[in-house]
Design a binder for this molecule. Structure first.
Ligand SMILES: [Fe+2]
Length: 148
């Protein structure tokens, strides 16, 4: 599988398109360089299980009403992110992080915070986040993936 590469790492996504025999799952192998962050995103159609293969990472999950919970993970541990909950992964150790993620849906759906912000009128973003419209216009317009 050819990886999707980003400034802070890469990911390989396998869905039912690549393997039609897979009718209930999709999987993603992710690699984060030291100091990298998998940008805030959520999956509208699936729960996510992450199995940590190497490295040390902090996963923060957001719920409604401003709830956020960070937890740290190392090799051999599993993180669970419920469908629709925003989350991001920070690589916090000196060694790269590699983890495998499974989703209980054969198709891959993801909404990144950058795409979500770009898809809303600047006036709403400006009013809701109390930032100037000029700043909103400078926000990224497409998903960043893994940043560093
Ligand atoms: Fe995710």
């Amino acid at each position: 599988m050819k990886p999707l590469t980003f400034p802070g790492g890469w990911e390989r996504i396998v869905t039912s398109e690549e393997f039609p025999i897979i009718t209930t799952l999709r999987s993603v192998m992710q690699y984060l360089e030291p100091g990298a962050v998998r940008e805030l995103h959520w999956h509208p159609n699936a729960d996510e299980w992450q199995y940590y293969i190497s490295g040390h990472s902090r996963v923060t999950v957001f719920g409604a009403h401003g709830r956020a919970k960070p937890e740290e993970f190392v090799a051999g541990q599993i993180a669970f992110i419920q469908q629709g909950f925003g989350h991001y992964v920070e690589q916090v150790g000196s060694e790269p992080t590699k983890f495998f993620a499974l989703f209980n849906s054969p198709t891959f759906e993801e909404i990144s915070i950058t795409k979500w912000l770009a898809g809303n009128p600047a006036s709403i973003i400006s009013d809701d986040f109390l930032i100037a419209k000029e700043e909103v216009s400078r926000l990224p317009r497409k998903a960043l993936g893994i940043v560093k």
